[in-house]
Design a protein around this ligand. Structure first.
Ligand SMILES: Nc1ncnc2c1ncn2[C@@H]1O[C@H](COP(=O)(O)OP(=O)(O)OP(=O)(O)O)[C@@H](O)[C@H]1O
Ligand SMILES: [Mg+2]
Length: 325
C-alpha cells in the first residue's frame, strides 16, 4: 500500500506567502513557516500585522496573491476541499445564528460537511459536553454568556474532527477566569492529538499554552521557533525601582546597566540577566539613592515582542490582563 504522504508532513506548511489586497495593502510579504503535527503554535503580532490574513488564506476565506500552502501534505491550491476537511476554524468574530440553539448549530454545521445526521447528533452531544455546554444545548444561543459563545464556536469547529484547529484571537475581550477555562479546553483538545494554531494579543496566553511561536510584524515573520529557545535568547532583565525622596540631577553611571528616570522618584533599569543585583544596589547606595521597592518591568515574552516589533501596545494589554487576574 502506498504510504500516506500526510503521515510525515507538517500539519501546516506555508512557503513564501504573499498577499496584496485590492487597493495595494501588502498584508503578507513572503511568509514561510512549518507547524509540526501535534504542535500548539502561537501566532503573535501587533494589530494589522497580517495574522488574520494568513489564517484567512489557510482556511480558504481569502485568496492568496502568490505562495504555497499545504495542510498535512495536501496542497491547498490543488486539493482545496480535501485540505479544508482537515481544518477547523474559530474565527475572530462570533458568527453563528443567535436565534438557533447550540445543539442545532452543531448538527447543522456538520450537515454542511456531509456528516450524516445520526452521527452529527452523537458528536454534538460529545462536543457540547466537553465544552461544558450540554445543559445549554436547547436554549437560544443569544442567551449564552460571552465565554459560552466562544466555547460554542470551538465545539462547532470540532464537529468535523479537524486534525488542525485554527483559532483567531479566541479569547479577545474575555475575562481572565473564562480565558483560563478555555485554555483547559484547548489543552485537552491538543492532548487528544489535534494540532492547534492560535493568534493572540495576550502574551501570557501564548507563554502558557504554546510550544512554538512565530512573531509576525508588517507582513513578515520577525522571529520563529520554540518558545523556550526564544525566551532563553533574552539576556536582559528590566526593573522599575521606586526611590525614596527625589533623584539626584545626575543619574549614576553603572557599567553594563542602562538607567533612566521616567519621573523624579522612579528608576527604569535594564541589566544583563547574569549580573548580580548587589552590584546595582551597591552603586545606587553609593550615589545616595535609596530604593523603597522594586518590580520587574514586563514578562519575558513581552520583552521579546516589544523588541521584535517595537510595539508596546500588546505588552500593555498583557500587563492589564495580569492585573485583573
Ligand atoms: N479585506 C481587506 N482589504 C484591504 N486591506 C485589508 C483587508 N483585510 C486586511 N487588510 C489589511 O491588511 C493588513 C493586515 O491585516 P490583518 O487583519 O491580517 O491583521 P491582523 O494581524 O489580523 O490584525 P489584528 O491583530 O488587528 O486582528 C492591515 O493593514 C489591514 O488593514
Ligand atoms: Mg486579526
Amino acid at each position: 500500500m502506498a504510504r500516506n504522504p500526510a503521515d510525515s508532513s507538517p500539519a501546516l506548511s506555508v512557503r513564501d506567502l504573499r498577499k496584496t489586497y485590492a487597493g495595494g495593502v501588502e498584508a503578507l510579504k513572503g511568509v514561510s513557516l512549518d507547524v509540526a503535527p501535534g504542535d500548539f503554535y502561537a501566532l503573535l503580532g501587533p494589530n494589522g500585522a497580517g495574522k488574520s490574513t494568513l489564517i484567512g488564506i489557510v482556511s480558504s476565506l481569502v485568496n492568496k496573491t502568490t505562495g504555497e500552502v499545504s495542510v498535512f501534505g495536501v496542497d491547498l491550491a490543488r486539493r482545496r476541499d480535501a485540505a479544508m476537511r482537515l481544518i477547523g476554524l474559530v474565527p475572530q468574530e462570533i458568527n453563528f445564528n443567535l436565534f438557533e440553539k447550540p445543539f442545532d448549530i452543531l448538527v447543522n454545521y456538520a450537515g454542511f460537511y456531509g456528516i450524516p445526521r445520526a452521527e452529527a447528533v452523537v458528536r454534538a452531544e460529545q462536543e457540547l459536553r466537553s465544552a461544558q455546554l450540554w445543559d445549554k444545548a436547547q436554549v437560544m444561543s443569544r442567551t449564552l454568556s460571552g465565554g459560552m459563545k466562544r466555547r460554542l464556536m470551538i465545539a462547532r469547529a470540532m464537529m468535523t474532527r479537524p486534525r488542525l484547529l485554527i483559532l483567531d484571537e479566541p479569547t479577545a475581550g474575555v475575562d481572565i477566569e473564562i480565558r483560563r477555562g478555555m485554555w483547559r479546553t484547548l489543552r485537552e483538545i491538543n492532548a487528544a492529538g489535534t494540532t492547534i494554531i492560535l493568534t493572540t494579543h495576550y502574551l501570557e496566553e501564548a507563554e502558557s499554552l504554546c510550544r512554538n511561536l512565530a512573531i509576525i510584524d508588517h507582513g513578515r515573520i520577525v522571529e520563529e521557533g520554540p518558545m523556550k529557545t526564544l525566551l532563553a535568547k533574552l539576556d536582559v532583565e528590566g526593573f522599575l525601582l521606586d526611590i525614596e525622596g527625589a533623584l539626584p540631577a545626575a543619574l549614576p553611571v553603572i557599567p553594563g546597566v542602562e538607567v533612566q528616570a521616567p519621573d523624579d522618584h522612579t528608576l527604569d533599569v535594564e541589566m544583563p540577566r547574569s549580573m548580580d543585583l548587589n552590584r546595582l544596589f551597591g552603586s545606587l547606595d553609593a550615589a545616595g539613592i535609596r530604593v523603597r521597592s522594586m518590580r520587574t518591568k514586563s514578562n519575558r515574552l513581552e520583552e521579546l515582542f516589544v523588541r521584535m516589533t517595537g510595539t508596546p501596545d500588546a505588552a500593555a494589554i498583557a500587563a492589564a490582563a495580569r492585573e485583573s487576574a
